[in-house]
Design a protein around this ligand. Structure first.
Ligand code: ASP
Ligand code: MG
Length: 452
């Protein structure tokens, strides 16, 4: 019997009918472990609640609390799951923690993680009910077990972006899940959240439920990891920009990782790492219409086209560091990377010349005064904003002759700011202004014939 881990995102948990539709999908797929996100929008509301609760005025926080409770009560009611002692217990705890934050006027990252964890804890309680109803409808005798993922998903204490402790997770997962054999049980648990060794609740970072599902799939040696969302797989590019964009049937781990890292919002970028380690195929499909088909991400794929997909990432920041003293010396790049490393800023694309280095950052907010000061010690710092990073994803991109010519001819009237090529066989990327980004994507999609 194959072990299937299925993850359902926020929109797939949106309301009672979304939950029932997702439950139907898990029933059909014979999922063993189901990992759910918070209902859509709830994580944002919880973060806002944390911020508001710190203030002097409790009434706004109270309004948010009521809103969060109401939307879950509505789902519970629609799923005929009222009264609901489990949900009430979570409401009480969430209210107490919000009050605690208010009394202390302090919502530390640690308190915030505990507060946002209620999103997934509430949705998973409701999803158990949706699953029970679905099994009953089909006369399926499997039992639905609710699991507090924090018993298994141990992390370090980097609140807001905690790192999973893989060896311990594997051990705990095997220990816990041993009690529920896949023939007679289905397990429903939460994405996104974890716990430190000392018992403090943590989160893996926004959008982290995909990553949770992949870590759990790795820990239990799953046969397939399914990510159910609101679109039928990964498209050749964003269909809102290019209506003729098509869903990709099959894509390699490497290409899909580049795509996830360089813009396609569909997958959390770290998701494929655990899947690759254990060679677990990943399927991405739409819980709203599973018959539409989706995308398989695998190690070995049938075709390896030069151009597979295009990604666009807006609002990038380009930092150029220049120093005449770099000429014929060493240590400059080391100093640059040290500053970024010490400040935990990740760099995306980079090019260097004899006396300068240019690099792009996804999150310009990380570029604090302190960081700029540290860089200014050894280089002149120039910052450009409102740029879009365009990535062309495919195969053997750096070994195909005449390729750059073809690409740049296609977008001859777009002003290209920086080009990166060489580091990956699967990615060719460059920067253009935010204003010209969509046009560049549209021209490339047609010019490079991404859809035959
Ligand atoms: N609920 C979390 C978020 O909104 C995690 C997730 O949905 O993947 O970021
Ligand atoms: Mg997501």
């Amino acid at each position: 019997m194959s072990l299937i881990v299925s993850k359902f995102g926020g929109t797939s948990m949106g309301d009672a009918s979304c939950m029932l539709r997702s439950a139907e999908v898990s029933f059909k797929q014979k999922s063993y472990l189901v990992v759910v996100s918070a209902t859509s929008g709830t994580t944002n509301l919880l973060i806002e609640l944390g911020h508001k609760a710190q203030g002097l005025d409790w009434s706004e926080a109270e309004g948010l609390l009521e809103n969060i409770k109401d939307r879950h009560l509505k789902i519970a009611k629609d799923l005929q799951a009222l009264p609901n002692p489990e949900l009430n217990l979570l409401f009480e705890e969430m209210t107490s923690i919000s009050k605690g934050i208010h009394l202390l006027r302090d919502c530390s990252p640690r308190a915030m993680d505990t507060l946002v964890s209620f999103g997934e804890r509430m949705s998973s309680v409701l999803f158990v009910q949706a699953m029970n109803m679905t099994f009953k409808k089909h006369g399926d005798l499997r039992k639905v077990q609710w699991l507090d993922v924090r018993e298994i998903l141990l992390t370090d204490d980097r609140f807001g972006k905690a790192r999973p402790q893989l060896a311990q997770i594997e051990q705990k997962a095997k220990e816990y899940l041993k009690q529920w054999d896949p023939q007679h049980n289905m397990v429903v648990t939460q994405g996104f959240i974890g716990r430190t060794q000392e018992g403090q609740t943590t989160t893996l970072g926004r959008g982290g439920s995909d990553y949770s599902a992949a870590i759990l799939a790795e820990a239990i040696d799953a046969d397939t990891l399914e990510i159910w969302t609101d679109v039928a797989g990964i498209a050749t590019t964003d269909p809102r920009l290019v209506p003729e964009a098509k869903s990709i049937e099959e894509i390699s781990f490497q290409e899909a990782s580049e795509l996830a890292t360089f813009g396609a919002k569909i997958l959390h970028p770290a998701t494929l790492i655990p899947a690759m380690r254990k060679n677990i195929p990943v399927y991405i499909g739409s819980s709203f219409d599973d018959a539409q088909g989706g995308t398989w991400i695998r190690r070995d794929v049938k075709s390896g086209p030069v151009f597979r997909a295009l990604a666009l990432r807006k609002k990038q920041v380009l930092v150029t560091l220049t120093t005449p003293t770099m000429l014929h010396t060493h240590g400059f790049l080391f100093n640059v990377f040290k500053v970024f490393n010490d400040n935990q800023i990740s760099i995306d694309a980079i090019t260097t010349s004899e006396i300068s280095v240019s690099l792009t950052l996804d999150d310009g907010n990380l570029l604090s005064k302190k960081v700029i000061q540290e860089l200014s010690v050894f280089a002149e710092v120039q910052i450009e904003e409102n740029l879009s990073l365009i990535s062309i994803i495919g195969n053997n991109i750096n070994h195909t002759s005449g390729l750059a010519k073809k690409i740049f001819e296609t977008i001859a009237d777009v002003n290209v700011r920086m080009i990166c090529l060489g580091a990956s066989k699967h990615n060719f990327c460059f920067l253009v202004s935010d204003a010209q980004g969509p046009e560049a994507i549209q021209k490339l999609h047609r010019g490079l014939s991404l859809v035959q």
